[in-house]
Design a protein around this ligand. Structure first.
Ligand code: AMP
Length: 280
């Protein structure tokens, strides 16, 4: 496994592989790797010849009051995990190599970024589109792998790829969960015991939404009320949203019609968790 820090070096490596006829798969991450990230690398191994993972805690996607400075950084164990699943290239740029002091160009996010995370975290998706486009340029892979755990993020990236005619295929991978249902997240390590057990209400609320749809309920208000009830019973400390939205546009629905997805963001103490589930 090659660990590379320079954008020029990673570009040359990936370009070399492509000239040799290899299909290169890219897995962008912010590190603090868990089984969810590793599942993306494994999926990338299945669908490409060479896998490049990037580890970069992107400052431009964090708000001024968010957890950028305390975001977990565990490079040594990240590299061990990536090596053990056969990752070929790890790109770990220094912040100055990505954002030079005079950096001033940003990517305006697409419309699908406007609601939910985009509304609650102003500037977040501008940071995401900017870093993802920059990573696509520095690591010119043919295919990139993202987790459905960040449902709106994948929609934003797919729209950017379409709108800007980017020559890369996007693959969405399933959410990996703890045995009790909690979606894996680098932020789960912030949870104390009480918060960890109350956090289970997110996946429970999503399960309940799925069961209601399976039993024939198509009334969005009823399902959203049930999700909110489960979250408040836990209780979570606050709910940013617990909604059912169109799976393509992320606009709110009043009737459950395909494609529909249930999305939740809630806070436990100072930790903000998101989760989602496709309903139909
Ligand atoms: P992050 O390091 O949080 O920016 O995540 C890097 C990538 O891993 C993103 O594409 C995430 O959607 C994906 N990811 C995070 N958690 C999970 C999970 N539990 N299951 C699958 N993919 C995930």
């Amino acid at each position: 496994m090659r660990v590379v820090h320079s954008p020029h070096e990673v570009y040359a490596l990936v370009d070399f592989e492509r000239r040799n006829g290899n299909r290169v798969g890219l897995v962008p991450t912010m590190g603090a790797l868990h089984a969810g990230h590793i599942s993306l690398v494994q999926q990338a191994k299945l669908q490409s010849d060479i896998v490049a993972t990037t580890i970069f805690v992107n400052p431009t996607q964090f708000g001024p009051k968010e957890d950028f400075s305390k975001y977990p950084r565990t490079l040594e164990s990240d590299l061990e995990k990536l090596d053990s699943v056969g990752c070929d290239i790890v790109f770990v740029p220094n912040s100055e190599q990505v954002y030079a002091p005079e950096h001033s160009t940003y990517v305006e996010p697409p419309k699908v970024a406007n609601r939910w995370e985009g509304e609650i975290r102003p500037g977040h998706y501008r940071g995401v589109t900017t870093i993802v486009l920059k990573l696509f340029m520095m690591v010119p892979a043919q295919v990139a792998f993202f987790g459905r755990k960040d449902y709106q993020q994948v929609a934003v990236i797919r729209a950017m790829v379409e709108d800007l005619n980017l020559p890369i295929q996007i693959v969405t991978c399933d959410t990996i969960r703890e045995p009790d249902g909690l979606a894996m997240s680098s932020r789960n390590r912030y949870l104390n015991d009480s918060e960890r057990s109350r956090a289970l209400s997110l996946s429970r609320a999503l399960k309940a939404a799925n069961s209601m749809v399976e039993e024939g309920c198509h009334n969005v208000a009823d399902i959203e009320n049930e999700m909110t009830k489960i979250l408040l019973n836990a209780p979570v400390d606050s709910i940013d949203y617990a909604r059912i939205v169109d799976g393509d546009t992320l606009e709110p629905l009043s009737e459950v019609t395909s494609p529909a997805v249930a999305i939740i963001a809630a806070r436990l103490g100072t930790t903000r968790l998101i989760d989602n589930s496709i309903l139909c």
